[in-house]
Every structure is written in C-alpha cells, then in structure tokens.
Ligand binder design. Sequence first.
Ligand code: HEC
Ligand code: HEC
Length: 263
Amino acid sequence: MRIKENFYPFIYMIFFILMTTVIINCGKDDKTSQNTSEKKDDTTKKTSTTQTTGSDSPGKEIFYKKSSENNIACSDCHSDGTNTSNSLTKYFSNIQGANKRTSTYLGKFKGEEVALNAGGATICWKEYMRMKTPMTEDQIKTLNEYYTSVATPDSPLEITYETIALPVKDKAKLKEVQKVIMELKGDPSKGEQSFNNACGFCHAESSTVKKVPSVLEDFEGNVKSIIFNVRLGDAAMPFFKKDVLSDQEIADISSYLLQKSGQ
Ligand code: HEC
Ligand code: HEC
C-alpha cells in the first residue's frame, strides 16, 4: 500500500512532463507549417500580380536591372514616373508611353522604328549599358508593354531638346560651344553642386557604376575636354542637353574640377 501511495505522484509527474513536451512540440510544428504556408502565399501573390496588374512585369524587371557590364540600369537615367528621386532622371527623357511617340532620339527613330527599337532603348542598351549582345525582340516587346503600362494621358508624342550630339556629333559646332563656355566665369562652389547632381552618380568616389574614370583625382583634362565629354558624350558617358545643363553650369563644373586637380 505504501509503495502504491508513493508511486502515484511519480506517475502524475511523468505524465505531466510527457504532455508538456507534446504540447510544446505541437506548437513548434504549427509555427513551422504556418511559415511555410505564408511563404507559399507570398509566391502565389507575386505570380498573380505579374499576370494581372503587371506591376512586377518582365518589362519593369528589364528597366530596373543593373547591367552586368557596368552596373547601371535604365532606371538610373530615365524616369517611369515613380523614380524621379534618382538624380540623373531629370537630365534624360522619361519613358512613359515612349513606344507610342511619333519620333524619338530627336528624329533618329520615326514611325514604326520607334516601337521596333523600344523607343531607342536599343542604343542605350549597347552604348550606355555596354551590353555585348543586342536586345532581343522579346525584350523590346516587353519594354514597349512596360512603357504603355506607365503612360499617362498627357505623355508627349515627341520630346524635343537642344543638343549638338544628334543626329551626329557635330564637331564644328563643338568649337563654337567651347569658345562660348570658356568666356564664362565659373563658380567652383556652384560647380560642386551641379557636379554632384549631374555627374556624381557615375563619377563620385561612392559611385557603384563600373568602368568610369575618376575626374576628381589626378584629372589631366582641361575645360575643352570637359565640354567635349559633356556636350557630345563619350562611349558609356551620355551627352547632356543644353536645356537641362546650361553652358554656365558647365563653366561652373569645369572650374570646380580644375580647382580640385590643382590646375
Ligand atoms: C547612362 C544613361 C542611360 C541609360 C542607362 C539608358 N539610357 Fe536611354 N537615353 C539616354 C540618353 C542620353 C538618351 C537621349 C537623350 C534623352 O532622350 O534624354 C536616351 C534616350 C532614350 C529613349 C528615347 C526617348 C525619346 O523620346 O527620345 C528611350 C525610350 C530610352 N532612352 C530608354 C532606355 C531604356 C529602356 C534603357 C534601359 C534598357 C535606357 N534607356 C538606358 C541615357 C540612358
Ligand atoms: C552615366 C555615367 C556618367 C555620367 C552621368 C557622367 N559621366 Fe563622365 N564619364 C563616364 C564614362 C563611362 C567615361 C569614360 C568614357 C570613355 O570610355 O571614353 C567618362 C569620362 C569623362 C571625362 C573624361 C575623363 C578622362 O580622364 O578622360 C570627363 C571630363 C567627364 N566624364 C566628365 C563628366 C561630367 C562633367 C559629368 C557631368 C556633367 C559627367 N562626366 C557625367 C560616365 C559618366
């Protein structure tokens, strides 16, 4: 009898411990399965967004994808209406409805050619992103679809601007432009500001764009070569239109760069 009386609490304790272990483990299992189903939900959501609203469309993916060659994306230079905080987007055309424009790249592409070249993106792809293989028909098609998906009722049918880089680099006009800018007095502190806005994305020390020469250290160029690069562009460096970067701003930037390099 005594033994039995002492034995009962012991059995209760074992039972209690077993139950607790079972309950805790069940809880754990529950959590794990919840996580898995949440993850599954996420994937389903993503896939269905792709199919329905196009907010994560293949075209958008191309637009935001960094080049494997120099780590720059379309969205670093162009706006789709949502990324205007990227510093360079104020210097280059937006792409909203670009496939429906009557002409792009200042007349280089007209009529049917516009959509066939994703509004001219085929040039950017090769020149500015240094891609080794041309854009595929499929990529062109998905980019066009993306332009349409972000178009607004007042998207322009043509974007015009002042440049000496199109239709071909005008070296004779460049001489005149150099003369005009060299007669302006540059302000280096204003130049620093303009440099950070228009050039820093690629040329700042903190830049994530690859294959860009430093113009802040050991720069051996001069005002003429700066004007050449900025107004005509040079390989992966895009040209800057007069409408968005004035002659005075180039004079300011030049005086800043020359001051920095002790010239
Ligand atoms: C380094 C900057 C840069 C990158 C990167 C870039 N572009 Fe461009 N893009 C330009 C410049 C410069 C022009 C010609 C001047 C302008 O339109 O502002 C241009 C022109 C265009 C135009 C013609 C706009 C018009 O109406 O004339 C379209 C469309 C375009 N780019 C799309 C793209 C797409 C899509 C990508 C990515 C595959 C891309 N660009 C990558 C700089 C860039
Ligand atoms: C999208 C990136 C990008 C932007 C923005 C940019 N550059 Fe460049 N820059 C380059 C690249 C790439 C080169 C090298 C070009 C080459 O390979 O010939 C270059 C070259 C230069 C050079 C020649 C340097 C040398 O030592 O030969 C100068 C000067 C220059 N850039 C000035 C500027 C100025 C000023 C601005 C702003 C108004 C600017 N860049 C904006 C990419 C950029």
